[in-house]
Write a protein that binds this ligand. Structure first.
Ligand SMILES: Nc1ncnc2c1ncn2[C@@H]1O[C@H](COP(=O)(O)OP(=O)(O)O)[C@@H](O)[C@H]1O
Ligand SMILES: O=P(O)(O)O[C@H]1O[C@H](CO)[C@@H](O[C@H]2O[C@H](CO)[C@@H](O)[C@H](O)[C@H]2O)[C@H](O)[C@H]1O
Length: 466
């Protein structure tokens, strides 16, 4: 929406505004972001909603919800921008339009303060196109959001979203990490929902939840023409953590056994599953559930065959692994992590392993990610991740860490079975199907995001098929 201080609309708007005709730096910047899903195309944006977060003569912060029509199925992006009269190189500078320097607002102190206040204390922001509500987490922890003494920084690294760490001057105050969901969907985001359930149950397996922000925006595809979804979440930031990928890689390159850590991760996964069974619905899998999940696996197989034609030669064998899962005994269905891998577990000093990022696989439709699921999906995710360490060492250093990975896998399976009471050895064919399914997902993911790593899941598929 073009407001009085901003004479040109940056994109096509619902109010018929004429978009900026010149070079649009925001579009180019978006196309380069890791969170931009349609790699290699120019975003074609329509503004669905916007609200002004803060503003004065020299500085405005506006959050935009932008629908990108450049991909086969449109994606709605969450894009907060700050406008300044002066450029600030260290504040996510994007470029200039119409006399205003535009920045990525995740680097903007006032923007971060407003999101933090919504998560910590609640509140509502209403605009002609949206309604935004802060929801503090009952039983979480408290921060003094009004205190101005804080620093914030955007986390670097490969992320599907954008995380901002807020630190306080007082050493006893709990630092916070705010995650801005970049791709928005109607309905609860499982990261908010599951992390909130675990945190409310006082589980030590996840960081404590502070709160979240949800929004309502126009959606012409829905019968009530309104969508309602989560746009940000905040939790305690654990200082000095190292993620399981970094730790595992170091152990593997030293050829040091990872068995004890893998056993702890098996117990952690069983514990998270146990709490989620207690806090959310669970039930026996019926024929419809099995058909639905196998149908999803077959669709993912087709997608992978399209993205990675070299897998075509193994089509029959891949289908066979999925078909065999039909006759297996399935464990009870429940809510699960959904994209469990070594970068989603953090080794926190004095606390041990904790699990983060319950959003599920970014390439999987959101309605599937919020359904009851099979706990073997998470087990298969970790199996693949130990194997990924070996695969990456093989690909980059021609180093054979297959025995290292095999020991870690066995150790994880034993500990999970012992802690959960679910004997995974009895479920081998079903676990094989989930592992193949995950490797096919990875092949699509790598072909889109890291083509140089495509070899890792492809070689793994060859190995699993024998
Ligand atoms: N509570 C936390 N404390 C410390 N670091 C965290 C915390 N949550 C996330 N991180 C770090 O941020 C990274 C990205 O977070 P994640 O939730 O996985 O984001 P995304 O959904 O964008 O992948 C994690 O791998 C971890 O290194
Ligand atoms: O962005 P997310 O963390 O939600 O997950 C996606 O990206 C992951 C890579 O960053 C990808 O994980 C794959 O690579 C990992 C090593 O970088 C490896 O540990 C995982 O086992 C492997 O699946 C994940 O699949 C994808 O959803």
């Amino acid at each position: 929406m073009a407001s009085s201080w901003q004479s040109s609309a940056l994109w096509e708007g619902t109010n018929g505004s004429v978009p900026w005709q010149g070079h649009n730096p925001v579009v180019e910047w978006m196309a380069r972001q890791r969170w931009y899903a349609s790699k290699g195309v120019v975003p074609s944006l329509v503004e669905i909603a916007s609200w002004e977060v803060t503003g004065d003569d020299e500085h405005h912060v506006v959050t935009y919800l932008l629908l990108d029509r450049a991909s086969p199925s449109p994606v709605l992006y969450h894009v907060p921008l700050s406008y300044r009269r002066e450029a600030r190189e260290d504040e996510g500078l994007i470029g200039m339009v119409d006399g205003w320097w535009i920045h990525d607002a995740s680097h903007d102190r006032d923007y971060v303060a407003s999101v933090l206040a919504l998560c910590a204390s609640g509140g509502r922001v209403v605009s002609p196109t949206s309604e935004v509500t802060g929801v503090p987490n009952a039983g979480g922890f408290a921060v003094d959001a009004a205190s101005g003494a804080r620093r914030s920084r955007v986390l670097r690294g490969e992320q599907s979203n954008t995380s901002i760490v807020v630190e306080w001057d007082h050493p006893d105050s709990t630092p916070v990490v705010i995650k801005l969901f970049r791709t928005l969907h109607h309905g609860r985001n499982p990261d908010v929902e599951l992390q909130g359930l675990l945190s409310a149950a006082q589980s030590r397996s996840v960081p404590r939840a502070l709160g979240h922000v949800r929004a309502r925006w126009p959606d012409s595809g829905r019968s009530d023409r309104v969508a309602d979804g989560d746009i940000a979440v905040a939790q305690e930031f654990l200082r000095g953590v190292r993620d399981g990928w970094q730790v595992g890689l170091e152990f593997a390159t030293r050829d040091e056994s990872f068995a004890a850590n893998a056993a702890s991760l098996g117990s952690l996964t069983a514990e998270v599953h146990r709490v989620l069974r207690g806090e959310a619905h669970h039930r026996a899998a019926d024929d419809n559930d099995v058909e639905r999940m196998l149908g999803e696996m077959r669709r993912r197989l087709e997608l992978a065959l399209g993205a990675v034609p070299e897998l075509g030669e193994r089509r029959e064998e891949l289908s066979g692994v999925i078909d065999r899962a039909h006759t297996c005994r399935w464990p009870e269905l429940q809510r699960v992590h959904g994209d469990l891998h070594l970068a989603q577990v953090l080794d926190a000093p004095g606390r041990g392993w904790v699990m983060v990022d319950f959003e599920g696989e970014p390439l999987r439709p959101m309605n599937q990610r919020t359904m009851l699921d099979c706990p073997l999906r998470d087990v298969a995710g970790m199996m693949r991740s130990f194997d990924y360490i070996a695969g990456s060492l093989e690909a980059t250093m021609s180093w054979d860490a297959s025995a290292w990975a095999a020991e870690a896998r066995e150790s994880f399976l034993d500990a999970y079975s012992a802690s959960s009471g679910l004997d995974l050895r009895q479920h081998k064919p079903l676990l094989d199907a989930f592992e193949i399914d995950k490797a096919l997902y990875e092949a699509v993911y790598e072909s889109r995001n890291r083509p140089e790593w495509l070899v890792i899941p492809v070689r793994a598929i060859e190995r699993i098929l024998g």
